[in-house]
Every structure is written in C-alpha cells, then in structure tokens.
Ligand binder design. Structure first.
Ligand code: GLU
Length: 495
C-alpha cells in the first residue's frame, strides 16, 4: 500500500497559534496511525511577513507539544526554482497564460461587473485569447505581466470527495482565471503549495475549512500538472463564544501555544484538549493517552460544524477555557510521577530551586513530595509558588492564613517553639508520633488541636490549605520543621 504522507506547512508570520497546533496534532496522529510520515514545511515565501523569530517559535512550540516530524523542516523559499519551472510548464502546455491587464484596468472592470450585478466579478479573460504574436509585441513594449491559470471552459462542476465533509462541488463558471505568478516573477502560494505537496508526495492534505476556496483551484493545478490529487480533509474552525474566529488580535496571548507553556501547562493536556475541538471519539471518553488517541482517531469522526473555544476575556477565574484548566489539573494529579518529575524539574531549575540530588539520593523524596502536594495544584507553576516551601527555606507566607491562623493567636509565639522542642526529642519522627505529640501539647495547653495545627501549617508551608499536616511534617523532615517552628517570632515581628 502507498505510504501515508501528511504535512504541516505553517507560514511563519506569527507565533504558533492553538488552531495551528491543532492542525499539526491531527496530522501527527494521522501519520502515526497509518505508520506514515509527517513533513514539516515552513512556507516562508511571504518575505515581508516571514520572520526568523516566528520560525523558531513554531519549531519550539511543536517540540514542546511533543509533535515530532519525520522530514524537514523544509523551507519553501529553497524551492523557488521548482515553482517557477511548474509555472513555465503550465504556460507551455497551454494551462496558463500571460496577462498584461493593469491593476487599474482590473479594478475598473470589477466595478463595472459589480454595477451590472454580474454573478462573478472575477477576471473576464481579456488576455486569455491573445495570440503568440500579441504576447510578443506586449513583451517587447516592456509591459509587465502576471501568469494566470486558464480554468478549463467546462460545463458543470468540479468536485472532490472531502474526507470530512463528503462530496464538494463548485461550478467551473464560478472559478476565475487566478494568478499563479506575480508580475515581479514571484510564484504565489496556491501554486507553491501544490508544487511542494507533489514533490513531497503528500497523500492527505488535512487543514482548516478556511482553505476550501483554495482547494478547488488547487485541484485544477494538480490536474494540469498531471499529478495525483491527494485526499483532502477540511477541519472545522474554532470560534469563540461570539462565533468569531479566534485570533491574537481579538483574544490576545491566550490563543498562542507559548502562553500555555509559560503558564505551566502539561503539553499533552493541551493536545488532549485540542483534539476534542472538532473531533469526538463517539464515546464519553475525554482523556486519551497518545497511544489511545492514535488508536481511536479517524477523520470520519471529525465534526462538520465549528468548535467553540470557551474563553471569556476578563474573567479572572478562568484565564483560558475552563475545560482546558480542568484537563491540566487532571493530568497533573494522575500522571506518572517520574514523568511529572521531569516537568517540575524544569520549573525548579528556572527558579534556581533544583537540587541535583533529586535525581540521585533524594529521588524518592522528590517524587513522593510531588505526589503529596500535587492534588490541589492547577499548573506546573504551583510547584514553585504554592509549593515553594518544600524546595526552599525562602518562601512567602500568604497574608490570609497569616492573619487568620497565626497573628490572631499571639501565644503561638511560645506554643510553636514548645512543639518544636518536643519534635526535636521525639524517638521516632513519623506521622503518627508527630500527630500524637501535637495533640498531647494542645491538651496540656487546653487549646483546640486545630489552633496548633493551622498555625503550624501556615508557618511551615505559607499556605492556607494543603495535604494532611503530619504528612507535611514528615516530608519536610525534623530539621526543617523544628527550625521553622522556632522561627515563628519572625512572623510576629514582621506584622
Ligand atoms: N501556509 C498555509 C497556512 O499556514 C498552509 C495551508 C495548507 O495547509 O495548505 O495557512
């Protein structure tokens, strides 16, 4: 059977958008599912808008998401020779012609056509029938020309079978003779994209529905270039709650993959969320491992209607789609600890909190600690903010529990050091014993154990809530616990 070859061909004119990432993801899954190849092609022919920063951002973003490719990155500008050669072939075979109409002429004709309410306001074909003699004359006069594709004068409709949308038809009469090479000699996207797909032996073009108007014209190019037409699959678009296409201009950073990286998202959580935008497995299952997704994915389960990115700007509780936040939390809490350890390591390194012993002698402690504290966390950032006290002695105390659990009880300034003293001399420093001794002290002092425990939690972790107190105590270890409890004075002094 023919090898499946798909491609992700971004134009490097901005950051990697979550819509682009979704396209890459579907192509990646499709390639993996069919033991095929994914080709990364940077379509950098728009010299004015393409930037190196954008190329780097796209590559970094794909790597961060774990979407690896098998060939490339190829750069479209390196194949200009192929694009020009194809245009010349089309000219020679009579599938294209030189058009000398000026911009002003075209504009005038368009306005007249519109005024006369003609259905098609496209190019009227003036230069289509120029004789070789006429063309030569115009060229000799130095009149600039573009190259236009000669849409066949056929009755009826052009059609192709879309893998998502089914049978797609378009009347030939609605397709104008489109430009394939500009007057400065530069071939246009429609042509370059097809020539590259032919050269890269692409079997399936999986892209957004916004490209459908290109597809009909591109089918004509394949025919004229006598190449096999690939299968097309047009995916639904992703819109916001107001049914607007999501874009940086309207929505800001929240549509950039980089945003999720900076906010501490787990890359696969973002992929899992994106795969459900416009595709469904036909069951209630929402969480998929890579292997599961590759196994169950099919283009036929792709939705025909647009999907919704449920983001309300200005809602501080939800800085992105709440479903994405919930998915991230799910992965954070359930993922393999060793894998989580690798992701948290990067966060700790960025904050200078990484201890190389977490890889060796303290590995067990490191993973157990992540397992203990992750339950209430939303993103990887929480390990170095809310969870900082586990990795450093320099951590902030949240003002809310400070007021409520510490400053409200000035006697804690002596109670906590008293507790520290008992901890210091305890034979076995484990959860049962530390709990027993804490309750014993509360009894002796005739106070609620909660007063001591809540005070302790605030002092030891800086947080209002968290794991079970005595698990915290044993995780931090005797030395740190004793030192921090003895240091409680500092909090009263600073208040
Ligand atoms: N460079 C085009 C884009 O980024 C590629 C479209 C396609 O998939 O053919 O939209």
């Amino acid at each position: 059977m023919e090898e499946v070859r798909v491609r992700f061909p971004p134009s490097p004119t901005g950051y990697l958008h979550i819509g682009g990432a979704r396209t890459a993801l579907f192509n990646w899954i499709f390639a993996k599912k069919h033991n095929g190849k994914l080709i990364l092609r940077i379509e950098d022919t728009d010299e004015e808008r393409s930037t190196q920063a954008s190329i780097d951002g796209i590559i970094d973003g794909l790597q961060w998401l774990g979407l690896d490719w098998d060939e490339g990155p190829y750069f479209q500008t390196e194949f200009t020779h192929d694009h020009v050669a194809a245009a010349n072939r089309l000219l020679a075979s009579g599938h294209a012609y030189k058009c000398f109409c000026t911009k002003e002429e075209l504009e005038r004709k368009r306005e007249t056509a519109l005024a006369e309410k003609k259905r098609e306001a496209g190019y009227d074909g003036t230069c289509r029938h120029l004789s070789a003699e006429q063309v030569r004359e115009k060229e000799e006069q130095g009149i600039p020309s573009v190259i236009r594709f000669k849409v066949p004068e056929r009755q009826g409709t052009l059609f192709y079978d879309d893998e998502v949308l089914g049978h797609i038809e378009r009347a030939y009469s609605e397709i104008e003779d489109f430009v394939i090479v500009r007057s400065n000699g530069k071939p246009l996207y429609l042509l370059c994209n097809v020539v590259d797909d032919i050269r890269d032996r692409i079997t399936h073009v999986i892209r957004g529905q916004d490209h459908m108007t290109n597809t009909t014209r591109q089918v004509l190019l394949y025919e004229a270039l006598q190449a096999k037409i690939p299968a097309f699959a047009h995916m639904p678009l992703t819109l916001d709650l107001q049914k607007r296409k999501i874009s940086k201009r309207s929505h800001g950073e929240v549509v950039a993959v980089q945003f999720y990286r900076e906010k501490g998202f787990i890359p696969w959580a973002l992929c899992n969320f994106l795969c459900l935008l416009g595709w469904n497995p036909g069951t209630d299952q929402e969480f998929f491992s890579r292997e599961e997704l590759i196994d169950v994915f099919s283009l036929s389960r792709m939705s025909r209607v647009n999907s919704v990115f449920n983001y309300k700007p200005g809602d501080p509780k939800f800085f992105t789609d709440p479903k994405l936040i919930a998915m991230n939390e799910h992965y954070l809490r359930t993922m393999d600890l060793a894998q989580l350890g690798g992701l948290v390591r990067k966060e700790l390194e960025t904050e200078n909190l990484w201890d190389p012993a977490y890889e060796t002698t303290k590995l067990d402690w490191y993973l157990a600690t992540l397992g203990l504290i992750r339950d209430r966390f939303h993103t990887l950032k929480d390990f170095t903010t809310a969870g900082r006290a586990y990795f450093s002695d320099q951590y902030a105390i949240d003002p809310k529990p400070l007021a409520k659990n510490v400053l409200k009880f000035p006697e804690l300034a002596t109670w906590l050091p008293q507790l520290a003293e008992r901890f210091a001399t305890l034979d076995t420093f484990n959860t049962e014993e530390t709990e027993r001794i804490s309750r014993e002290l509360a009894d002796e002092l005739q106070i609620k154990p909660g007063t001591l425990i809540n005070g302790m939690r605030t002092v030891l972790t800086g947080q209002l809530a968290g794991p079970s107190m005595f698990d915290i105590v044993t995780t931090l270890g005797r030395e740190k616990v004793v030192a921090r409890l003895n240091d409680v004075d500092r909090l009263f002094a600073a208040a």
